[in-house]
Design a binder for this molecule. Structure first.
Ligand SMILES: [Zn+2]
Length: 122
């Protein structure tokens, strides 16, 4: 995949895990961290910061490594991948996170839309 696609996918997966951690692991201690993005042994000069609990950090790192190792030039969405590279348990866990955050992001979008409409008519 292209570097742009790689960066985009890293950011997307982080966004979903971050949202999940914020809402589901409220009482778990989180620490600030960052990932320096490398792809095909090339330093992309891009750093992404995050605030996650230990468990979610592991999930993020796992996804990051899998993205780096993705064999597809034109990467399909992982859900439709003919050759899934995730370990079954990890995959189940991440699928849960994606579903959870996807739903929440959808709701947030609708809320924002409604709010804007409200403001307009006020
Ligand atoms: Zn967490």
């Amino acid at each position: 995949m292209t570097e742009e696609k790689f960066i985009h996918d890293c950011k997307t997966v982080l966004k979903f895990i971050q949202l999940y951690c914020e809402s589901e692991h409220i009482k778990t201690k989180k620490s600030k961290n960052s990932i320096q993005l490398n792809y095909n042994d090339k330093n992309l000069n891009k750093k992404i910061d995050y605030l996650l609990c230990k468990k979610c950090k592991k999930t993020l790192n796992y996804s990051y490594v899998k993205l780096q190792e993705c064999i597809h030039d034109d990467k399909p969405s992982c859900r439709k991948c003919p050759k899934p590279c995730y370990d079954k348990a990890e995959w189940k866990h991440l699928a849960k996170i994606m579903r959870y955050s996807g739903l929440r992001l959808g709701i947030l979008k609708i809320k924002n839309k409604l709010f804007r409409r409200f403001k307009k008519s006020a």
